[in-house]
Design a protein around this ligand. Structure first.
Ligand SMILES: C[S@@+](CC[C@H](N)C(=O)[O-])C[C@H]1O[C@@H](n2cnc3c(N)ncnc32)[C@H](O)[C@@H]1O
Length: 247
């Protein structure tokens, strides 16, 4: 099956989303015209993928790898994380990063010296890495799942979320309403369908915009040992969405 010139195969997460769009709009070109599809160009494994976020994680070869060989995070994503860190620290405020992984985005956030830097992370192997690498003196570490901190942490000027195998979409409004300051921004590493669901469910006090990065060969053609790529390497641009709280 093809959509917009992209093959629908199991390994290509972005393409899976586009295939789903073609299913939602069968026999028409609406999916290709849908502006959200064009704007949201970044994709990770869909929610509920068959990865346990409590399987053993290992840091090796500039990757964070789970027990079954899936890559939780990869070093090639550094330029994207750098851009995210710049966006998250631009307003000079309190930054919350959800999902430490390899700590790449946190390294960049730290370098940019925000007013405060908080990290939420539940995985024991990642927590061990955080402790071994001195992160407790560089940021406030909240050990656990972000869903468990709703209502019991402060408010932030910027929140970034890059979680893995996390049931999250239904709780995002709760996070934003409770913990994003008015005028603050939220961004997330997502797949297309998930992001459309998030945007559809937002109350009317939020505004969505997008920041684009040129791909220029940044996205490697082979991203997984098991099943090829999950972000289409032929994408011209990589999209970082920004959800701003207006009131
Ligand atoms: C893709 S990695 C994050 C990579 C990170 N952006 C970086 O720059 O290295 C995903 C991380 O999210 C964490 N995670 C998964 N579910 C979570 C949850 N509910 N709350 C907080 N963190 C979670 C995982 O343990 C993992 O460390």
């Amino acid at each position: 099956m093809h959509l917009g010139g992209l093959p629908c195969n199991i390994g290509a997460r972005i393409t899976q989303s586009l295939c789903l769009l073609s299913f939602l709009f069968p026999g028409s070109s609406e999916a290709e015209q849908n502006p959200v599809k064009v704007k949201v160009g970044i994709s990770k494994f869909p929610r509920g993928a068959n990865f346990s976020n409590m399987s053993k994680y290992t840091y090796k070869d500039d990757k964070l790898v789970s027990e079954n060989g899936s890559y939780v995070m990869m070093g090639w994503e550094r330029p994207i994380m750098k851009k995210v860190a710049e966006l998250m620290t631009k307003n000079g405020g309190d930054v919350l990063n959800i999902g430490f992984g390899m700590g790449i985005v946190d390294e960049y956030i730290n370098e940019l010296n925000p007013k405060s830097h908080t990290i939420i992370e539940p995985h024991p192997d990642v927590i061990e890495y955080i402790n071994e690498n001195g992160w407790k003196s560089k940021a406030t570490i909240l050990e656990g799942k972000w869903q468990d901190f709703i209502g019991s942490m402060g408010q932030f000027d910027s929140i970034y979320m890059d979680t893995w195998a996390d049931h999250r979409t239904p709780y995002i409004n709760n996070l934003l309403e409770n913990h994003l300051k008015i005028g603050g921004i939220f961004s997330i590493w997502h797949n297309d369908i998930e992001f459309m669901t998030i945007v559809d469910g937002l109350p009317n006090n939020y505004e969505v915009s997008y920041v684009y990065m040129e791909n220029n060969g940044l996205i490697p053609t082979k991203q997984q040992d098991m099943d090829g790529y999950y972000i289409d390497p032929s994408l011209e641009k990589i999209t970082i969405p920004i959800i701003k709280r207006l009131r």
